[in-house]
Design a protein around this ligand. Structure first.
Ligand code: UGA
Length: 437
């Protein structure tokens, strides 16, 4: 049976979730304080680049099943479930900034006059759901009729639609059977498709999400530390990762060594878990996360050092072409992008850095964004492959050789065909693949 659903916060997470809810057959209103974003979404246009989102969004907006508003009064007593999908950015001290979550409570709470379910999707420190419920109950005329549950989101940018429609699992941290029954109705379609459901308490649901992102970050830092070992000892991290991955207990996913992780989620979520672990007296977890972060930072500076060395330590005025600016391929998101860190470090050392990315806009004044690859490569002394867009694998190294000044390539993501580039006369450096040189 279709439900009425609101989705509060319509950026990456909320826009995909709102469209997904409509796809599951529900009547959906998305709410955002940003009028321009609401206008764009009501015209069927996402405000972010996310493959496959636009057609799904446009279809459900056109049918009237999905719309967007800035007015909380339209959703308050209308929705069976309110999803909270606002941002929880990193505060200066590493903790999660929960101001957007509690701003939702302040806007929505006073308008709730009938028993209501509020389902958190944002990634939050353990304990937040209980605090949110307390605040909502204080503010709402419905009082204890307001119940908060936590239903963390695991979607990946660039795969948001697929991950929303067919998640690996659905986590429901709830306090009542009634809340669970409603959520099983919300997710009736994926549940019918055999997507597993984990039912648990609020705190466990909050922790599951933090733990998942920390484990993924840990896998990446683990393989990157091994890449450093390969550099030091003369080994090759790619077959090493392949061999580890064949062990089903380990798995090959998230064992791609390179520049490490970035983006709007992994870095801030692991920092927030570290902060909360210290608060709750679990310093061992904080130490583990600190090691993960240190390895991740080292990957970026190591590539900068290799670049400086390959320029003969003469960086000032040298032209460096950077392929990729997004934090990963398939997105226009540059938040905490490893590629931009390396590019900015080289610019700070005096290089003229020219960046090309198929989607992402570069807002750093010290970097020159080029509209085409050829312009970025023009007369370059060094080429850096920093975000592994699939189209970079199709490049013809022989043709590019005539555009640059020096045929030197650092493939920091270890994805380009080294032999083909070498055959075309390029010197190719792939950090972590020492035996290959
Ligand atoms: C991540 C999680 O994968 C999602 O499950 C989660 O829902 C999301 O955060 C979130 O909390 O909202 P996302 O930030 O889109 O998703 O990016 P990932 O695909 O996880 O990639 C993160 C970073 O790790 C990227 O910079 C990527 O280049 C890097 N990475 C990934 C590696 O360096 N090596 C790998 O093997 C895999």
């Amino acid at each position: 049976m279709p439900l009425t659903v609101s989705v509060i916060g319509t950026n990456y997470l909320g826009a995909a979730h709102a469209a997904g809810m409509a796809q599951f057959g529900h009547q959906v209103i998305g709410v955002d304080i940003d009028q321009a974003r609401v206008d764009s979404l009501n015209a069927g246009r996402p405000t972010i680049f996310e493959p496959d989102l636009e057609p799904m969004l446009a279809r459900h907006v056109a049918s009237g099943q999905l719309r967007f508003t800035t007015d909380y009064a339209e959703i308050a007593d209308w929705a069976d479930v309110h999803f909270v999908a606002v941002g929880t950015p990193r505060a200066a001290d590493g903790s999660a900034d929960l101001s957007q979550v509690f701003a939702v409570a302040d806007r929505l709470g006073p308008l709730l006059t009938r028993p209501t379910l509020v389902a958190g999707k944002s990634t939050v420190p353990v304990g937040t759901a209980a605090r949110l419920q307390q605040r909502l109950r204080e503010l709402a005329p419905a009082g204890d009729g307001v119940e908060v549950l936590w239903n963390p989101e695991f979607l990946r940018e660039a795969h948001a639609v697929a991950d929303t429609l067919r998640p690996d699992r659905i986590v429901l941290g709830a306090q009542s059977q009634q809340a669970l029954a409603t959520m099983r109705q919300v997710y009736a379609r994926p549940i019918a498709d055999q997507v597993p459901v984990v039912e648990c308490d609020l705190a466990t649901a909050e922790l599951i999400k933090s733990a998942a992102n920390t484990f993924l970050a840990m896998k990446i830092s683990f393989i990157n530390a091994l890449a450093q070992m390969c550099e030091a000892a003369g080994g090759d991290v790619v077959p090493l990762a392949d061999a580890l991955g064949y062990d089903r207990r380990i798995g090959r996913d998230f064992l791609n060594a390179g520049l490490g992780f970035g983006g709007g989620c992994l870095p801030k979520d692991i920092a927030a878990l570290a902060y909360r672990a210290t608060e709750l007296g679990v310093p061992q977890l904080t130490q583990l996360i600190t090691a993960i972060e240190t390895i991740n930072d080292t990957q970026r500076s190591a590539v900068t050092h290799i670049a400086v060395r390959s320029l003969g330590d003469e960086v000032t005025g040298r032209r460096v072409a950077v392929l990729g600016a997004a934090f990963k391929p398939g997105t226009d998101d540059t938040r905490n992008s490893p590629a931009l860190t390396v590019a900015a470090q080289l610019a700070a050392l005096g290089a003229e850095v020219r960046v090309y990315d198929p989607q992402a806009r570069v807002d750093l004044p010290e970097l020159t964004q080029c509209p085409s690859l050829d312009e970025a490569l023009d007369a370059a002394d060094l080429v850096l492959h920093l975000t592994e867009w699939p189209q970079f694998r199709q490049l013809d190294p022989a043709a590019l050789g005539s555009v640059v000044r020096r045929k030197v390539l650092i493939d920091a993501r270890l994805r380009l065909d080294r032999d083909a580039w070498q055959r075309a006369g390029w010197q190719v450096i792939q950090p972590g693949r020492a035996t290959s040189r």
